[in-house]
Design a protein around this ligand. Structure first.
Ligand SMILES: Nc1ncnc2c1ncn2[C@@H]1O[C@H](COP(=O)(O)OP(=O)(O)OP(=O)(O)O)[C@@H](O)[C@H]1O
Ligand SMILES: [Mg+2]
Length: 294
């Protein structure tokens, strides 16, 4: 994983990234209203409004560079909107104390770089910072949460290894463990399945589904695999060119026309024989057998 500008230490990012507040049972705890999102002179989104339904597993899809990560950064206060506001439980996150935010909302950034020479257990332990204070230092509870987070992501046997000596997929699971250890009711994951083999991708998505179904947590994940998105999302947000072009339940949203419009890729959408959700099958190249020299 590479660090972008200002992303020297994702552990620090995570600490500062969380919003606070209690569940109000409302339709959306986290909303962006009239957002203009920009980097210096480059405007990515204008008048962007999104609502993350409470207790949903919301998945954001869209082509490269359409503004998915930028949106997640804004929703987690990593990027200050040039206009508009992000509301968490009705309050602007701009003015929320960092620890309160960090106990409520966690962000797994798309690119994270671990501090030099840090072990897996220590990095995952950093997810507990928002729960500590001068009066409440490292506790057995922290120990337990870190252990369970490593077990849930299958990295327990790596706990003494240095993070910078792991494979890309192992490292990704360590970052997910750190985000889990933060134990936030809202969790934003930017491409959590990147670098993972197919079995680990499904394991991580199943884990997300469990967090949402059994613990009532609200998850927002950026995914590139439309079939995973259609299978796991309870709410799907489709972006293109900095805008939300469609949202709703995958059954309604994922159509061949939408996929062609947004990604410029002809396809068929059939029913996933396992889950009954939409399955996107890219159209075969014309003259495939000629191309293969058959
Ligand atoms: N730190 C930055 N400084 C300047 N421009 C940026 C920065 N980060 C992203 N951008 C630009 O903002 C636009 C949206 O980028 P963003 O990272 O949000 O896209 P994305 O949808 O997450 O893409 P991907 O699928 O490739 O991760 C792109 O044009 C990108 O070049
Ligand atoms: Mg991105």
């Amino acid at each position: 994983m590479k660090a972008g500008p200002g992303q020297a230490d994702a552990a620090d990012e995570q600490r500062g990234a969380a919003p606070g507040g209690g569940a109000d049972g409302g339709a959306a705890r986290l909303t962006g209203e009239g957002l203009t999102l920009a980097y210096d002179q480059r405007t990515v989104s204008e008048q962007l409004s999104v609502a993350v339904p409470d207790r949903s597993f919301t998945v954001v899809v869209g082509p490269n560079a359409c503004g998915k990560s930028t949106l997640l950064r804004a929703l987690s206060r990593m990027l200050r909107p040039a206009a508009g506001s992000v509301l968490l439980d009705g309050a602007d996150i701009g003015g929320m104390p960092a620890k309160k935010l960090a106990r409520t909302l966690g962000l797994l950034p798309q690119s994270s770089v671990a501090p030099d020479g840090i072990t897996v257990a220590d990095l995952v332990g950093r997810g507990r910072y928002p729960h500590q204070s001068l009066l409440r230092q490292w506790s057995r509870e922290d120990e337990r949460v870190v252990r369970e987070s490593m077990e849930a992501t299958g990295v327990r046997d790596l706990e003494s290894r240095f993070v910078d000596e792991l494979s890309g997929g192992q490292r990704q699971r360590v970052w997910i463990a750190m985000a889990l250890a933060q134990q936030t009711p809202l969790l934003l994951l930017d491409e959590p399945t990147t670098y993972l083999d197919i079995a680990h991708q499904i394991e991580v998505l199943d884990l997300c589904a469990r967090l949402h179904e059994e613990e009532g947590r609200t998850l927002v994940a950026v995914l590139h695999d439309l079939n995973h998105a259609a299978r796991y999302a309870t709410h799907l947000i489709v972006m293109r060119g900095g805008e939300v072009v469609a949202e709703g339940v995958p059954d309604d949203v994922v159509t061949a026309r939408l996929v062609e419009d947004v990604f410029g890729m002809p396809c068929r959408v059939i029913e996933d024989p396992e889950s009954g959700t939409p399955l996107v099958v890219p159209a075969a190249r014309k003259n495939t057998s000629a191309a293969r020299g058959v």
